[in-house]
Design a protein around this ligand. Structure first.
Ligand code: ISL
Ligand code: CA
Length: 563
């Protein structure tokens, strides 16, 4: 492995700073709080920490609406705190990756304040301004809807024109067609690298190149949203922009930095182009296919994912990026419900086993695994009681519009409990003291009442915990080359509850067996070469040692065998 591929052997831990650790009692997590928990992350063994946005922001979308890219929001601390975080993380061998949100800014960013001030302002063209359509221009320039409900256009009274916002109206989209915009972004990125950060997670980066004609979208029958994706996802100049960014920001740096592009709607074929090291775009992408499974025509209609579909999807990504490019691996993040509640079982008797099983399956795929804070404890979705408990803009807007449209409030609430992003954003559960040790004040978002049982202090003290299982998985990636570098082969794709695959590298073969169900699973008809595997070594299991490596799998049992 060349040095510039170090990320293949790395595990990334995502911190959502607002919910990680409060240090000053205001109920909101902050950078000094993160510093306090670096020893915990070092013990877990992660190589990289990705921080969700901590920049100056009105917090309309919890920091994904940035008003100053080169300063820290006072809620989270100061630039000096970040310098100290970088230094103390580096001292522990942990790299720091920042969130880069440059598809849009906050409407309070000075660039937008200038842009909206008049039609002939020099920064007018930094955003997407268009006159309205129809009689007296009362209709929006096109029919696209925002990801957070309602039209993607906002009329600005000052000049009588509309601006585009694919997300909230406080997140106007930047116009990447304008070279000044691109240079301003690259300069800001260089400034952060000079400060010592080790790379960027790039928010919705495949939306920065839009069809400049901004045509109407074809409404999809049965779909909940008029989605203009065809005109702004993976748009005409996206590869050019990413390569220009690479040349302008990353080339010639002494250290290989990490870049991961968040890309809704990306296909395997696109991802090969985005992540081919020869093309100098990004190291890997976050794709959405597996987290889109089980979601109906309406984004809030969710059902349990069929394991066969999950295997087919992840297996296709493994195959598609086997030779060229690289996968990122994740079950959840700050936008997704908790992994154990969604793909495992959060029933008390299965929670620990299924959380470990999910970790085993994910970390043994080929790609770079991402751990979302609390996943390593098996944290679950939150039992939100009422509509008022939901705080996220996407959830709040959905509830208001769905109720106004005559929807059944109980049904809407049920959808939110399953799918709301708030599930991922409850405070990190550190110990069994008040507010789970997250804050001495009033937490900004409700603490999950199960913190008395599910918390880091208990997990660190228990060698059989989900935490120590994740720690072993991370350690194995560092010591067993087949995990980072081996080929991947899916087995038994049509089996409804068995997730099985092999990894092979320079004469080493690994076999992963995982039972995604609460029933015992007999392996006799499912694995080839049973004799060989029955004599193999168990590298890791999530239950007490089985009678033999190929004994029937118990409920939610997972095994990693080395043959
Ligand atoms: O969260 C989603 C669905 O529940 C997605 O549609 C999400 O909005 C999309 O994945 C883009 O996410 C990123 O950009 C958003 C921000 O709200 C998310 O938190 C961020 O991860 C706008 O910046
Ligand atoms: Ca705080």
């Amino acid at each position: 492995m060349t040095d510039d591929q170090w990320f293949r052997e790395a595990v990334v831990y995502q911190i959502y700073p607002r919910s990680f650790q409060d240090s000053n009692g205001d109920g909101i997590g902050d950078v000094p709080g993160i510093i306090r928990r670096l020893d915990y992350l070092e013990q877990l063994g992660v190589d990289v920490v990705w921080l969700s946005p901590i920049y100056t922001s009105p917090q309309d979308d919890n920091g994904y609406d940035i008003a100053d890219y080169q300063d820290i929001d006072p809620t989270f601390g100061t630039l000096a705190d970040v310098d100290s975080l970088i230094e103390q993380a580096h001292a522990r061998g942990i790299r720091i990756v920042m969130d880069l949100v440059v598809n849009h800014t906050s409407d309070e960013h000075p660039w937008f304040v200038e842009s909206r001030s008049s039609k002939d302002n020099p920064k007018r063209d930094w955003y997407w301004w268009r006159p309205g359509r129809g009689a007296e221009g009362r209709d929006a320039p096109n029919n696209w809807e925002s990801f957070f409900s309602g039209p993607a256009w906002e009329l600005d009274e000052a000049t009588g024109e509309y601006y585009l916002h694919l997300f909230s109206r406080k997140q106007p989209d930047l116009n990447w067609e304008n070279p000044e915009v691109r240079e301003a972004v690259y300069a800001m990125m260089r400034w952060w690298l000079d400060r010592g950060v080790d790379g960027f997670r790039m928010d919705v980066i495949n939306m920065i190149s839009k069809d400049t004609a901004l045509p109407d979208a074809e409404p999809v029958p049965g779909s909940s949203m008029v989605f203009g994706g065809d005109h702004f996802l993976n748009g005409p100049r996206i590869h050019e922009f990413l390569r220009e960014m690479h040349a302008s920001v990353f080339e010639g740096r002494p250290e290989k930095l990490l870049t991961v592009g968040e890309m809704p709607g990306v296909t395997v074929e696109d991802a090969v182009l985005y992540t081919d090291p020869e093309r100098h775009e990004v190291d890997m992408v976050f794709q959405f296919e597996h987290v889109g499974l089980g979601i109906g025509a309406h984004k809030w209609d969710r059902s349990r994912v069929d394991l066969r579909d999950l295997k087919a999807s992840l297996g296709r990504w493994q195959e598609g990026l086997a030779k060229v490019g690289w996968n990122s691996l994740y079950w959840n993040n700050h936008d997704q419900p908790r992994a154990v509640s969604r793909f495992g079982s959060d029933a008390p008797e299965h929670r620990v086993a299924s959380a470990k099983l999910l970790g085993t399956v994910l970390h043994l795929h080929r790609g770079t695994p991402y751990v979302y804070q609390g996943e390593e404890l098996g944290m679950t979705n939150v039992p939100f009681a009422t509509a008022a408990d939901f705080l996220d803009i996407e959830s709040v807007n959905y509830y208001a519009l769905a109720v106004a449209a005559g929807g059944d409030a109980e049904h809407i609430l049920a959808n939110l409990r399953i799918g709301s992003r708030d599930n991922a954003r409850s405070p990190m559960q550190w110990d069994d003291t008040t507010n789970a040790g997250f804050t001495t004040g009033q937490p900004w978002s409700a603490t999950n009442p199960n913190y008395t049982e599910i918390n880091a202090a208990a997990a660190v003290a228990d060698p059989e915990s989900v935490f120590h299982h994740y720690r072993r998985l991370i350690e194995l990636r560092h010591t067993e080359p087949a995990i980072a570098h081996g080929d991947f082969t899916m087995l038994a794709p049509d089996h409804p509850t068995l997730y099985a695959f092999t990894r092979s590298h320079e004469g080493t073969d690994l076999l992963v067996l995982a039972n995604f169900s609460g029933d015992e699973l007999d392996l006799s008809d499912t694995i080839t070469e049973p004799d060989r595997w029955s004599a193999s070594t168990m590298l890791l299991g999530n239950l007490a040692d089985p009678a033999s490596p190929t004994a029937p799998l118990r409920p939610w049992e997972a095994r990693l065998l080395k043959g």
